[in-house]
Write a protein of this length. Structure first.
Length: 187
């Protein structure tokens, strides 16, 4: 599957194709990690199914039918609303064109970290949150370098608006039953 996904990660593909191919790779990495840990959690199987669904959409050329703002699965929760706000704002601002890999990897890392926190209430989730933060900083830097100051100011405003929307949903490990992430037009 990884070899098939690499085909869609090439520079001759659209940014959206690259984003979804990297997202599928991240889901696959997560599924492999869960399997190597002999996890009984449904999260690994959900991750593998997500990767497969994305790959099939890419093969059919129907990646435009995939949703950009993904809901958080029932085995996870919205944690770190600051990072989710940055992720959503970058997606809304066409940040995928600047950093498809970084945005895809950060999104899956955020879900992975929250799922680990929900399942184990452990400190190991902290490393995944830090990884998501690093990926998002790289994506944000790529966006800033590719856009003018007006667009960068607009991005910052969007981050604030998303943060204000997401912060009440912050579960911080207490409620792990998923989350439907509203878009700004639903706010």
């Amino acid at each position: 599957m990884l070899a098939e996904l690499q085909h869609y990660q090439q520079k001759d593909k659209t940014a959206q194709q690259q984003y979804f191919a990297y997202k599928a790779q991240a889901w696959l990495n997560y599924a492999i990690h869960k399997d190597s840990m002999n996890s009984r959690s449904p999260a690994g199987l959900e991750a593998a199914k997500s990767a497969e669904a994305i790959l099939q959409a890419l093969k059919k050329g129907s990646e435009n039918d995939l949703v950009l703002i993904q809901d958080i699965s029932a085995s996870s929760a919205l944690m770190r609303p600051d990072l989710w706000a940055t992720l959503s704002a970058l997606k809304d601002s066409d940040g995928i064109a600047s950093a498809p890999r970084e945005i895809a990897f950060s999104e899956v890392a955020l879900i992975w970290a929250a799922t680990d926190q929900c399942e184990h209430n452990s400190r190991q989730a902290g490393s995944q949150f830090r990884m998501a933060d690093r990926w998002l900083e790289q994506a944000r830097e790529a966006f800033v370098n590719a856009h003018n100051s007006k667009e960068n100011v607009a991005l910052e405003g969007l981050i604030v608006r998303y943060y204000e929307q997401y912060s009440p949903f912050d579960a911080s490990g207490e409620r792990c039953n998923g989350q439907v992430l509203p878009t700004l037009d639903q706010m």
